[in-house]
Ligand binder design. Structure first.
Ligand SMILES: [Zn+2]
Length: 271
């Protein structure tokens, strides 16, 4: 496997697999240069803390135990048997630079452990994108960085999921993602970075302005990754879940996945 110096995960909250209907030139570029899947399954229930929790902790919600209320109220236990990707990397690399930028504050409050020295920033989407791009320019040695944008979910709740109004918000989020990708490129980091762009859930399956069910519109998400070892223009195998993102992130950094994780590396991902 080619050397990957850093992993950057960019999450689009509530975007499901609707990006295909939106104007997303930055995502399209990653699709062409990497691997993509538009039928990846997220966790159940299809709610943000449960799903981001699965992505970040490599297990289903019945194990990590996160809900929106819990993540808003409590810190994630430092001694949980289900460590986040940040804790897995921290335990392998005590000095690694780790960063989490989230527009939805409960991720930084209650999903990413608080004792790991992760650089945490929570702001609204546009400011967050600018801050994340600045952080990359100033910290090219970052090993693992997670960024979560909230606009697609906000638009879904306001105007309905899988609607022109939501596509607009997805397009805006693609633009913010572009700020970050530009920083990666201009800093000369593109060649040894693994970049993953993913959603946590869709919406509109049962409730036009809501989500949480196992309806395919709620449950299906997109998952795109580009970087060393990934075949350009390839398609993810079937059966990939949001939790598998955790296995991809640590494998890319050469860190062993905790044995408690349910996350699996998708077949053939790194060639
Ligand atoms: Zn929501």
């Amino acid at each position: 496997m080619a050397d990957i110096s850093r992993v950057l995960i960019i999450g689009w909250d509530g975007a499901g697999n609707f990006a295909q209907a939106a104007d997303t030139p930055n995502l399209d570029r990653l699709v062409r240069s990497g691997v993509s899947g538009f039928d990846v399954q997220t966790a159940m229930p299809t709610i943000s803390a449960q799903c981001w929790g699965s992505l970040l902790h490599g297990v289903e919600p019945d194990r990590h135990g996160l809900t929106n209320e819990i993540a808003s109220r409590e810190l994630f236990r430092d001694d949980s048997p289900y460590p986040s990707i940040f804790r897995a990397v921290r335990e392998a690399e005590p000095d690694a630079k780790l960063a989490s930028f989230s527009a939805w504050y409960p991720i930084n409050h209650g999903i990413v452990e608080d004792s790991l020295g992760v650089h945490k920033v929570s702001m609204k989407d546009r400011d967050l994108a600018l801050a994340a791009a600045d952080y990359i320019r100033g910290n090219p040695d970052v090993r693992l960085m997670f960024v979560q944008f909230d606009l697609p979910d906000t638009a879904g709740h306001k105007s309905g999921y899988n609607t022109p109004e939501q596509y607009e918000a997805i397009g805006e989020t693609d633009g913010y993602t572009g700020y970050i990708l530009k920083a990666v490129e201009e800093t000369g980091l593109l060649a040894d970075s693994l970049i993953i762009v993913v959603s946590d859930h869709g919406g509109g399956g049962v409730n036009p302005r809501g989500h949480g069910s196992d309806h395919p519109l709620d449950r299906t998400i997109f998952w795109v990754a580009a970087g060393p070892g990934i075949e350009p223009g390839s398609t993810l195998p079937g059966g990939v879940t949001i939790a598998d993102t955790a296995a991809v992130a640590v494998r890319a950094l050469g860190v062993d996945a905790p044995s408690s994780w349910q996350a699996k590396l998708p077949d053939g991902l790194f060639g």
